[in-house]
Design a protein around this ligand. Structure first.
Ligand code: FAD
Length: 520
């Protein structure tokens, strides 16, 4: 018998739940013979995690598909622009140890030619091949107000207030997209003989029946873990961090707003520093095997003293979070798909969590199962693709540690070959003789493409491979010409783009910005 998939029930009202509800409701065809219904159930007892301030450029497409105007989003979520990440102290911990992983790809050239060009001009790899680090150094916005929404002169994402994002998505879902919102606590699951979930039972509103259930219950993983018992695969032998101490620091209304996430290494982990118009979100990520909670607090307070002088630490509220770097063995089982923290979590380096939820929703909508009978095939395909994606993220995050020459036990342990995944070990061996290239990453939609690996590998000080005896195919622009054009473009952009502060303050006051022409 063919059972149509029409009733979508999302359990959990954090970033993952509301993104899913909005995307599905926005994609629903109202003229379909049996239109989709979307219900989101959110516990009044359990707050959302409320962290998750760094995003990936995919978020622009996600918000556009939901139908949210960019200016409305920036204002409602206290957001700022993010153009990548800067890593301080990861290589050797000395004062000039700093590199960028910008969102914009290097100039278009064969990887070997990029390396040869970088070697000929010297300096940092990212500076030699990309305009974006220079824009970040000046705290510039990636776009002008006159540009169409979500378009940029360079690639970008956002820093945002996660609680305000969930609020905005809830309003859009319920007021514009017809999502039914139940504030109720799920206390049980009803299942059919084949294990499918037929309904979730709530404390106040009784049963909520559905055809497809999205488990967005965060670390509780009520359906995928609680009902189906799908185990977690522990990745903490590769990525050691399991704690964070987070704080929000108010900033002066005229202070510059950083254009990138700053990630500063310390003896047993790293510190994130994310600039919003009204505050900085700062958090010390660490491994409890290498640092005590007191050590981490001292590290964070020292960082605050250095980077936020004059701020009264006693007036701040410090929040401790614990996590495990782990993901589910399967993400889709029966008629339940897990998204967000319910699917898993890896330490927040490179902000890979929200993007994984976005890509999961894309994959669900790309191959939306029309009826229950089709679901098993969709689930298999989804599980294979997302196991690949989680593995690649584990590799990429580990890459940030392996080339380090820092001497503390935590950093030495990260270089232990037994903690390096096999595939990454093989690639690192390969990259001694040739740079990371597209051939190393065969999937069409890699979250972190070869360019990301190049930025991190050479930013971390890995020696460039020896010059090859084989030339790149002739024809087209030389890398030197392309880099020269890129440098000209960087100068033109620097002269014409407003700073983040100027852009965002004018937006909040709803003033038109005086636009300077961009000549590139
Ligand atoms: C320290 C730290 C830093 C992070 N930084 C980043 C970052 O920079 N970038 C990034 O992309 N990600 C980051 N993340 C991850 C990010 O916060 C999450 O992926 C994202 O917020 C999604 O969370 P969620 O919606 O899955 O879960 P949550 O926000 O925890 O929401 C869970 C929801 O489930 C509901 N719920 C639970 N049980 C029940 C029940 N029985 N009945 C009904 N409802 C229930 C709760 O009420 C809540 O609404 C970070 C995470 C941590 C721990």
């Amino acid at each position: 018998m063919h059972k149509r998939v029409n009733r979508i029930v999302v359990v959990g009202g954090g970033t993952a739940g509301w993104l899913a509800a909005c995307r599905i409701a926005a994609a629903a065809d109202p003229a379909a013979p049996e239109p989709l219904s979307v219900t989101l159930i959110e516990s009044p007892d359990l707050p959302i995690i409320g962290v998750g301030e760094g995003t990936w450029p995919t978020i622009r497409g996600t918000l556009a598909k939901i139908g949210i105007d960019e200016a409305e989003f920036l204002d409602a979520t206290d957001a700022s622009f993010k153009q990548g990440s800067r890593f301080d102290g990861w290589r050797d911990g000395t004062a000039d140890d700093s590199y960028h992983h910008p969102f914009t790809a290097p100039v278009d050239a064969a990887p070997r030619d990029l390396i040869a060009h970088w070697q000929s001009v010297g300096g940092a790899f990212a500076d030699a091949v990309c305009a974006q680090p220079r824009l970040c150094a000046q705290h510039l916005a990636p776009r002008q107000r006159a540009m169409p929404g979500y378009a940029g002169a360079v690639n970008y994402a956002y820093h945002l207030d996660a609680v305000k994002l969930a609020d905005l998505l809830r309003r859009v879902a319920t007021e514009r997209l017809g999502v039914v919102h139940l504030r109720d606590h799920v206390v049980g699951v009803d299942a059919t003989d084949n294990g499918d979930i037929s309904a979730v039972r709530t404390r106040e509103s009784g049963k909520v029946e559905g055809d497809l259930f999205l488990d967005c219950t965060g670390h509780a993983a009520l359906l995928i873990g609680g009902h189906y018992g799908v185990p977690l695969i522990d990745r903490s032998g590769v990525l050691f961090n399991d704690r964070a101490l987070a704080v929000q620091v108010p900033v002066a209304s005229d202070s510059p707003i950083a254009a990138q996430t700053n990630a500063t290494a310390h003896a047993a982990g790293w510190i994130w520093d994310i600039g919003l118009p009204t505050r900085r979100g700062i958090g010390c990520v660490y491994s409890s095997s290498f640092a005590s909670d007191d050590d981490a607090e001292k590290t964070l307070r020292d960082y605050l003293t250095r980077t936020a002088p004059g701020v009264d630490h006693d007036a701040l509220s410090f929040r401790r979070l614990t996590f495990q770097s782990a993901h589910r063995e399967q993400f889709w089982r029966g008629n339940c798909l897990a998204l967000g923290l319910a699917a898993g979590f890896l330490e927040p380096l490179e902000a890979s969590a929200i993007v994984l939820a976005e890509l999961s929703i894309d994959a669900l909508l790309d191959g939306f199962p029309v009826d229950r009978a089709a679901m098993a095939l969709h689930a298999d395909r989804f599980n294979n693709l997302f196991r690949y994606r989680w593995d690649r993220i584990v590799d990429f995050l580990k890459l940030h540690y392996v080339p380090s020459v820092r001497s503390e036990p935590y950093w030495r342990a990260h270089r232990d070959p037994d903690t390096i995944p096999d595939r990454l070990r093989e690639l690192l061996e390969m990259w001694r003789t040739q740079p990371p290239s597209a051939a190393d990453f065969p999937h069409a939609d890699e979250i972190f493409p070869a360019a990301s690996y190049q930025y991190v590998l050479y930013g971390m000080g890995a020696p460039p491979p020896l010059a090859s005896a084989v030339r790149s195919p002739a024809g087209g622009e030389t890398v030197g010409d392309a880099a020269q054009k890129m440098a000209q473009r960087a100068r033109a952009l620097a002269a014409s783009l407003p700073t983040n502060r100027v852009y965002l303050d004018a937006l909040r006051r709803s003033e038109p910005l005086v636009q300077k022409a961009i000549h590139v």
